[in-house]
Design a binder for this molecule. Sequence first.
Ligand SMILES: Nc1nc2c(c(=O)[nH]1)N=C([C@H](O)[C@H](O)COP(=O)(O)OP(=O)(O)OP(=O)(O)O)CN2
Ligand SMILES: [Zn+2]
Length: 140
Amino acid sequence: MMQQFYPTVTHPYQFELHKDMHLATAHYIDNERAGNCARVHGHTYVINITIAGNELDETGFLINFKHLKEAVHGRFDHTLLNDDPLFAQTPPSTEKVAETIYTIVNDLLTPLAHKPVCIQVIVRETPTSYVVYQPKQVQS
Ligand SMILES: Nc1nc2c(c(=O)[nH]1)N=C([C@H](O)[C@H](O)COP(=O)(O)OP(=O)(O)OP(=O)(O)O)CN2
Ligand SMILES: [Zn+2]
């Protein structure tokens, strides 16, 4: 599903889970330096979320794949990203979309007693352009 490859993260955890999803979404970058991107346009974003951990919950899951899709796809699919309050103070660039998805997923995981963590989010905006976001604590 992801074009080309998955950048890998070196980590100490025993389990690593990947969730891929597509987001059909519009955006614009409200800055004259953004050129054509200052006009509203659409992308089929390709998202990869990586979760890791040493323990599973009572269902044997690190995190239910469906819960990741609901939190991200459910919020952004078929929307204008600029309308979302999460992008009220920041442009929905590929970089900020990746960081924002990380924050949403991290908020989903933080209450869980078995302590899964999000270690990477990849956002592919076009066939030729993508961003990898890693939280500081897993960067090597
Ligand atoms: N660092 C960033 N640069 C650009 C972003 C971004 O989010 N971060 N976004 C855009 C535009 O939104 C545009 O949709 C994508 O740009 P680009 O990859 O240049 O699109 P093309 O399909 O035209 O790429 P080609 O490889 O030239 O076909 C711009 N820059
Ligand atoms: Zn764009």
